[in-house]
Design a protein around this ligand. Structure first.
Ligand SMILES: Nc1ncnc2c1ncn2[C@@H]1O[C@H](COP(=O)(O)OP(=O)(O)O)[C@@H](O)[C@H]1O
Ligand SMILES: [Mg+2]
Length: 248
């Protein structure tokens, strides 16, 4: 019997890159409809965790399930339930925004007619309709960020995963992205994001997991986690690593 209330389940996952233990017996669950922040300094293992959940990385021990689907044995079923917004822009340079979204939908078996309609709806929602027929290099940085979110949503996944969605963003763009994510969560999407900004986790999320050196330090309800004084050392390390200094 699949547990439909657990969106993501990471069980005893250990991963090495050569001799480096990037994930050390990582365990956590994300409930359906949650807004979950995975907070940790650079190099903590956040992106590696995302790669493990989305099936981009293998791992030595443990298992990962997305709504009960094992991400290795049932890769297509689990991947279909996830929309991934990676940290870097990795768009095909030769196609227009609209084509790019339609092609992405094709990976999930969505027919071109339905995909074209959904692409137009998303472009409208993320204020990119005007750029529908240009290639992504003609976009500003903020537009590219919005396009990343559109692409992650093209197959209407249950879960949206974002890797440091506001790193390097100016305040205006950061607030815009926060608004979009809050709205998507209200509409029922489960959201899992990584961040090294304490404030982002605090403002947006319901649940916070702290990772450091590949180990889960603490996980729980936001208020509970933020009350925990023993975390100050990690928080200091976390805030000490943010590059932009643009958090007020
Ligand atoms: N492809 C890779 N090959 C070797 N080491 C890697 C690779 N990807 C990440 N690492 C290392 O694994 C650790 C965790 O990295 P990562 O998950 O990217 O951290 P974060 O996203 O929290 O900044 C770091 O020490 C990083 O240098
Ligand atoms: Mg990372």
């Amino acid at each position: 019997m699949r547990n439909s209330e657990i969106a993501i389940s990471v069980q005893n996952v250990t991963k090495f890159y050569g001799k480096l233990k990037a994930l050390d017996d990582v365990n956590f669950e994300v409930r359906r409809g949650d807004f979950f922040a995975f907070l940790g300094p650079n190099g903590a293992g956040k992106t590696t965790t995302i790669n493990v959940i989305t099936g981009l990385s293998n791992y030595r021990a443990g298992q990962v399930e997305v709504f009960g689907h094992n991400t290795i044995i049932e890769y297509p079923q689990s991947r279909r339930l996830l929309g991934l917004c990676a940290q870097e822009f990795n768009f095909d340079p030769f196609v227009t925004l609209h084509q790019l979204l339609v092609y992405q939908a094709g990976y999930f078996g969505i027919r071109p007619g339905a995909a074209a309609k959904r692409a137009d709806e998303l472009l409208e929602r993320f204020q990119l309709t005007e750029k529908r027929n240009v290639k992504h290099r003609a976009l500003s940085g903020g537009m590219k960020k919005r396009l990343l979110i559109c692409r992650a949503l093209i197959h209407d996944p249950e879960i949206l995963i974002l890797d440091e969605p506001t790193a390097g963003c100016d305040l205006e763009l950061k607030f815009l992205i926060w608004d979009y994510l809050t709205q998507l969560n209200k509409e029922g999407k489960t959201i899992f994001l990584t961040t090294h900004y304490m404030e982002e986790a605090e403002r947006l999320c319901r649940t916070i997991g702290i990772i450091n050196h590949g180990r889960i330090v603490r996980i729980g309800n936001k208020q509970e986690v933020l009350k925990d004084k023993s975390l100050e050392a990690v928080f200091l390390e976390v805030t000490g690593t943010h590059e932009g200094g643009n958090i007020k």
